[in-house]
Design a protein around this ligand. Structure first.
Ligand code: UDP
Ligand code: MG
Length: 315
């Protein structure tokens, strides 16, 4: 994070194929920020969009070079890495994140700033009346439950990306060098004085979510595995209980055979048990693989993302 000059506020927005949302976002966001009466900058990270987002961002930079900075990735590295790259360059005393699809209304920004002004160093928006599919809402509830049971992160809405952080929290996030992370949870663990404020949530203005089911599953794995190894321990406990029970079963079957002789029709029960134990083993191998894969990525030490160029007007 550059410490050369600071500003009161940086707004960070990851952009991936948002050509149909950017014009309205610009139209709504800039007036809200201009009306705040504090100096600000907006950092857009173009996360390898394949549509016209890049041209639209460049045009916006040309229109408002005083407050607009655009970071271009050479490829798609995901929302959280896009935010990370902007955090590395943000100059604000307060750094606020926001989605580009207008699900987080820019008009709610002053509410978060009121909380940072009051001294909170990590302010999470909690979406009221969330406008997402029922599947997404229920999946979030489930992940929330797992997260609250396996980590000591306490927040009611981890998925809302309308959030504000103090400069210190952002600097700590940057220093952490985290790979495959979930920024709201990481920020929470590094903050001293977190809080939440209720914010409105709108339907995506245009286009569809950039999260396929696959990307969503990966993101939620990141959320859990980046913050706890409890799943590994729970699995070991569960596997231990299974092996103890199957050992008892083997004893019972051997005893029966010795006393009553070979039984008829027990093969399928046995097959069922074997298949069950096999699937338990496969889940375990997969789980270990998740952690090993992530460890490998850190050990390999390859760049988390590559910035191809930055559009900015240095003062
Ligand atoms: N996004 C990104 N890279 C990605 C996926 C999404 O930068 O690989 C951005 C996207 O442009 C938007 C924000 O992250 O600004 C949230 O994405 P989206 O609206 O698709 O997610 P959802 O609201 O469905 O969780
Ligand atoms: Mg969205």
């Amino acid at each position: 994070m550059s410490t050369a000059s600071t500003l009161p506020l940086s707004v960070v927005i990851p952009v991936f194929n948002e050509e149909s949302n950017l014009p309205l976002l610009f139209k709504r966001l800039y007036p809200v920020l201009d009306a705040l009466g504090r100096r600000y900058e907006i950092l857009f990270t173009n996360d390898g969009s394949a549509d016209r987002s890049r041209e639209l961002l460049a045009a916006q930079h040309a229109a408002r070079p005083d407050v607009t900075r655009v970071i271009e990735f050479n490829a798609n590295y995901g929302q959280h890495m896009a935010i990370m790259a902007a955090f590395e360059r943000a100059r604000g005393d307060v750094v606020l994140t926001l989605d580009a699809d207008l699900q987080n209304p820019p008009e709610e920004i002053p509410k978060l700033l009121a909380a940072t002004d009051a001294g909170f160093d990590c302010v999470g928006g909690a979406r009221q009346d969330r406008q997402d599919s029922a599947f997404r809402r229920y999946a979030s509830k489930l992940v929330n439950l797992v997260r609250s049971r396996t980590t000591n992160i306490e927040m009611s809405d981890q998925g809302c990306m309308l959030r504000a952080y103090s400069r210190d929290v952002v600097a700590a996030i940057v220093r952490s060098g985290a790979v495959n992370t979930f920024i709201p949870a990481l920020a929470y663990t590094l903050s001293q004085n977190p809080t939440e404020v209720p914010v409105r949530h709108e339907e995506r203005h245009a286009g569809v979510s950039n999260y396929s089911l696959y990307k969503l599953v990966r993101l939620n794995f990141d959320l859990i595995t980046a913050f706890t190894t409890a799943p590994l321990q729970l699995f070991t406990m569960f596997a231990s209980v299974c092996s103890a029970l199957s050992f008892v079963l083997v004893l019972v079957l051997a005893g029966r055979r010795l006393i009553l002789g070979p039984e008829e029709g027990g093969t399928f029960t046995l097959l069922g048990i074997v298949i069950f134990l096999l699937s338990v083993t496969m889940v375990g191998v997969g789980l270990i693989g998740e952690y090993v894969g992530r460890t490998y990525q850190v050990v390999r030490g390859r760049a988390r993302y590559h910035v191809s160029h930055v559009l900015e007007t240095r003062e």
